[in-house]
Design a protein around this ligand. Structure first.
Ligand code: FAD
Length: 406
C-alpha cells in the first residue's frame, strides 16, 4: 500500500533579520515551503559586531555554518580595565571551547547576516530554497487566520506565520494582545569599527591589540567601553582587521529619539562623552571614521504574556528584546529559529500548527526571559561604585513604575 506523501507547510516569515533567516534555514531544512518578507532593501552595510557564544555556535554548525569561514574571531581573553587603563582582571577564556564544546566568537553582523541569507535561499542546500521578498513591509496581520497584510492592502495566508520583525515589531501587539512598545532603557551606545592596522601603527594605542582575541571592558564612571576584534580578512583566517567599539553611556541629553540603527553622530560627541578616559583610549576613539559612527538608543521591554496566537508566533527581538549586556540578542533569536525546525518536522499538518506553537513557546519562554532579565541586571554589575550602562534608576523599577509589570 502506498503511504501518503507528507505535504510541506506554507510558512510566511516577516523580517529577514538574524532570527527570521535562522527560522527559514531550520524550516526549509525540515522540508517546508518558506517565504520571507523584509521591509528593507539590504542596500547598505549596517551594523557592527555581534556575539556568537557557544550556545549558538553549536546549532549554526549543525546547519553547516562555520563562522570562522566568514572571518569571525575566537575570544581568547577577557580583560577588564578601569578608565585609566589599570588592569582590574584578566582571564584566559581559550578553554571555553573545551568546556562548552563550541567556541565563543565575535562576528561582523553583516557577515553573519549574509551567511544566513545564503543558507536560507541557496538552491544548493537541502530542502526547498526560501523565497526572500525585499522592500516588502508588512503592516498588519490576522493571527488567528495566519494571514499577513501588505502596504498596498493585499494579503497572504500561510499554515504557519512567524513575526520576526525586530525590537520595534509591528506585529507584536496583534499576536501578544499587549499594546506596549519597547521603552528607552535610559542608556545609549556609540557603535563603530576602527581598522586594526591603524591602532597597531600608533605606539600609544598598539598595546590595545597586543593579544589576539582579547575582549576588553573599560569601566568608567557611568561609562563602559566594550572593545574587541570582529572581522578577519576573507580567506586569511588569522588576521583580525577591525576593532569593534561599543561605547555605553547614559542617554542624559536625550541624544536620539530615533528608533533606528542608522543614526549618525560626530567624533566630537564621542570624545566629549569619554573625555575622562586615559589618553590611549581618547586617541583610539579619535581614529573612528566620522562617517561610520552610529548612535543607538538601548531599548528594553518586559516579558510578554504570550508569543503565540493560532498559527502565528513571535520570534527573536519581536518576542523578547534584549539589552546588549549579555551579547545574547542574536543568539537567542537563532535558538528560537532552530527550535521551530525541531518542532515542525515534515508531516506536521496545518491543524497541528497551533498546538506545536504552544510547545515552541513552552520550550523557549523561560530561557529567553531569564536571559532578558539577566542582560538587564548586567547593566549594573560593575567594579566601580557607579551604575554603568546609562541607567539613572534600576530598570526593573523603571519598568514596573512605567508599565506595572514585574
Ligand atoms: P533584527 O535582526 O533586528 O531583524 C528584524 C528584521 O525585520 C529587520 O531586517 C527589519 O528590517 C525587518 N522588519 C522590521 N519591521 C518589518 C515589517 N513591518 N515588515 C517586514 N520586515 C520588517 N546587534 C548587534 O549586537 N550588533 C550590531 O551591529 C547590530 N546591528 C544591527 C543592524 C540592523 C540593521 C538591525 C536590523 C539589527 C542590528 N542588531 C545588531 C540587532 C540584532 O540583529 C538583533 O537584536 C538580534 O539579532 C535579534 O534578531 P531579530 O531577527 O529578532 O531582529
Amino acid at each position: 500500500m502506498n503511504r501518503p506523501v507528507a505535504q510541506p507547510l506554507k510558512v510566511l516569515i516577516v523580517g529577514a533579520g538574524i532570527g527570521g533567516l535562522s527560522a527559514a534555514i531550520a524550516l526549509r531544512a525540515a522540508g517546508h515551503e518558506v517565504e520571507i518578507f523584509e521591509s528593507s532593501r539590504f542596500a547598505a552595510e549596517l551594523g557592527a559586531a555581534i556575539h556568537l557564544p557557544p550556545n549558538v555556535n553549536g546549532v549554526l554548525r549543525r546547519y553547516g555554518l562555520k563562522p570562522e569561514t566568514w572571518g569571525a574571531n575566537k575570544t581568547e581573553w577577557v580583560s577588564v580595565f578601569d578608565s585609566q587603563g589599570n588592569v582590574i582582571s584578566q582571564k584566559d577564556v581559550s578553554s571555553v571551547e573545551d568546556e562548552y564544546h563550541h567556541p565563543w566568537q565575535l562576528s561582523h553582523r553583516v557577515d553573519l547576516h549574509e551567511a544566513l541569507k545564503m543558507a536560507a535561499t541557496s538552491p544548493d542546500l537541502v530542502g526547498i530554497p526560501a523565497k526572500l521578498h525585499l522592500s516588502s513591509r508588512i503592516l498588519s496581520c490576522e493571527p488567528q487566520n495566519g494571514s499577513i497584510i501588505f502596504e498596498n492592502g493585499g494579503s497572504r495566508a500561510g499554515d504557519l506565520v512567524i513575526a520576526a520583525d525586530g525590537v520595534h515589531s509591528t506585529l507584536r501587539p496583534l499576536v501578544s494582545g499587549e499594546n506596549i512598545p519597547a521603552f528607552p532603557s535610559g542608556g545609549c551606545a556609540f557603535r563603530f569599527l576602527v581598522p586594526i592596522e591603524k591602532v597597531r601603527a600608533n605606539p600609544l594605542t598598539a598595546p590595545l591589540v597586543q593579544k589576539s582575541g582579547d575582549f576588553q571592558i573599560w569601566e568608567g564612571k557611568n561609562r563602559r567601553l566594550v572593545v574587541y576584534p570582529c572581522r578577519s580578512a576573507y580567506f586569511l583566517f588569522s588576521n583580525n582587521t577591525q576593532l569593534n567599539f561599543v561605547c555605553l553611556h547614559p542617554d542624559t541629553e536625550n541624544e536620539t529619539s530615533s528608533e533606528g540603527w542608522n543614526n549618525s553622530t560626530t567624533i566630537e560627541h564621542v570624545l566629549k562623552t569619554f573625555r575622562e578616559y586615559c589618553e590611549s583610549i581618547r586617541t583610539v576613539l579619535g581614529m573612528a571614521d566620522p562617517e561610520t559612527i552610529k548612535l543607538w538608543r538601548l531599548w528594553d521591554h518586559h516579558a510578554l504574556k504570550t508569543w503565540v496566537q493560532g498559527p502565528t508566533a513571535l520570534l527573536g527581538d519581536a518576542a523578547h528584546p534584549f539589552l546588549p549586556h549579555q551579547g545574547q540578542g542574536g543568539a537567542q533569536a537563532i535558538e528560537d529559529g532552530v527550535a521551530l525546525g525541531a518542532l515542525f518536522p515534515l508531516g506536521t499538518t496545518s491543524s497541528q500548527v497551533p498546538e506545536r506553537l504552544k510547545l515552541y513557546m513552552e520550550a523557549r519562554y523561560e530561557r529567553a526571559t531569564m536571559v532578558q532579565n539577566f542582560s538587564r541586571q548586567m547593566a549594573f554589575q560593575t567594579s566601580n561604585e557607579d551604575k554603568i550602562g546609562g541607567f539613572s534608576m534600576d530598570p526593573l523599577e523603571f519598568a514596573s513604575k512605567n508599565f506595572g509589570h514585574d
